[in-house]
Design a protein around this ligand. Structure first.
Ligand code: ZN
Length: 343
């Protein structure tokens, strides 16, 4: 398809559409290409989308060999996939899989087969879920994401950053020196799996405990250009927020990102900006407010401000209660939310 698209461009000076590619590739699946015709169509669509996105005459991707080899990706439509007796059937072929999810009870939707860097294949599909129940929890929580501590909540819970990469870095380095490629790949996969597991457990626990979750909008990719990059990438903030979002939606828990400007500097008791500022204040883990005298943990105070801000912006009579922020406080100030300067 890539070559065809380029040839049409060279000969006729125009870009072809995916529908046109589909006409050329029609019947290929009957001539021995063991892919479903919908898979071929999904690929032509992807090709045209990416060609436009990256403004390329020809895409230079999906190498099938060598070190820069692309990982396998086979899109499938719902109608091309059947689940029977612990196997998925695709194109008349049974594919065995480890069903960790209980696929029998769901109707499979659109998805794909994908390969990881170790050559293992996964089936990703959308499924239909029943209407989620509304969460019966009424507590709200603010979450401050950080580098030293992965997160601090407005209730005072702190979770240390899981430095999985650093834990395994010596082993990875040793394997690299010994030129054991498979071992390196296995260790990287292990780092990834451990991190993912920890984030899943944490996000599930939070969604179970709270009825509303507000989280600071700290931008990992902006910070990742600095020397803090390794810690940031380790921390996996965006993955964590995504988990909270979908798990929250599933459990009927309110989830929202809050602008966290000044959340560190502001005293969560008296709203004055007496906290640590700028680069000089980065190492300050705790501080006392000059105005009201309250002793603050840096990150927990920030989480309290994030909760306050989220409650103010969303303040409606939801009956949510969060730490020191009562619902009446939130409801009373809510209408003024737009007029209140950043915390
Ligand atoms: Zn204060």
């Amino acid at each position: 398809m890539n070559e065809l698209s380029l040839k049409i461009l060279q000969r006729e000076g125009r870009f072809c559409s995916s529908a046109e590619l589909d006409r050329y590739t029609a019947g290929a699946t009957k001539q021995g290409l063991s892919l479903h015709s919908q898979t071929v169509q999904a690929i032509s669509k992807e090709l045209v989308t990416r060609r436009r996105q990256f403004k390329k005459r020809r895409l230079a991707w999906r190498k099938s060999a060598g070190t820069r080899r692309s990982l396998g990706w086979i899109p499938v439509k719902a109608s091309a996939l059947r689940y029977r007796g612990g196997q998925v059937w695709y194109c008349g072929k049974p594919l065995s899989l480890w069903d960790s999810f209980g696929l029998q009870q769901y109707e499979l939707g659109t998805g794909c087969f994908s390969e990881d860097s170790r050559g293992r294949w996964y089936l990703n599909v959308t499924i239909q879920l029943k209407q989620p129940p509304m969460s019966r929890e009424t507590k709200a929580v603010g979450i401050d994401l950080g580098l030293k501590d992965f997160l601090a909540t407005s209730d005072g819970l702190k979770v240390e950053a899981h430095r999985f990469h650093r834990d395994l870095a010596p082993a990875i380095a040793a394997a690299q020196r010994a030129n054991k490629k498979q071992r390196v790949a296995a260790l990287h996969a292990k780092v990834k799996a451990r991190r993912k597991d920890a984030l899943h457990k944490l996000s599930t626990a939070l969604v179970k405990e709270y009825g509303a979750i507000f989280i600071g909008n700290v931008n990992a990719s902006a910070l990742a250009q600095t020397r803090l990059a390794k810690s940031v990438l380790d921390a996996g903030w965006s993955a964590f927020r995504t988990m909270l979002q979908y798990k929250g939606a599933d459990a009927g828990v309110w989830f929202e990102e809050v602008d966290e400007a000044y959340s560190t500097q502001t005293c969560s008791c008296c709203d004055t900006r007496t906290g640590p500022k700028g680069v000089a204040g980065l190492g300050m883990r705790s501080w006392a407010c000059e105005v009201c005298g309250t002793l603050h943990d840096r990150d927990v105070n920030a989480a309290k401000n994030i909760l306050k801000k989220g409650m103010l912006a969303r303040a409606v009579g939801t009956g949510l209660q969060g730490g020191s922020t009562s619902s009446s406080f939130a409801a009373g100030r809510g209408r003024l939310a737009e007029g209140i300067p950043a915390l």
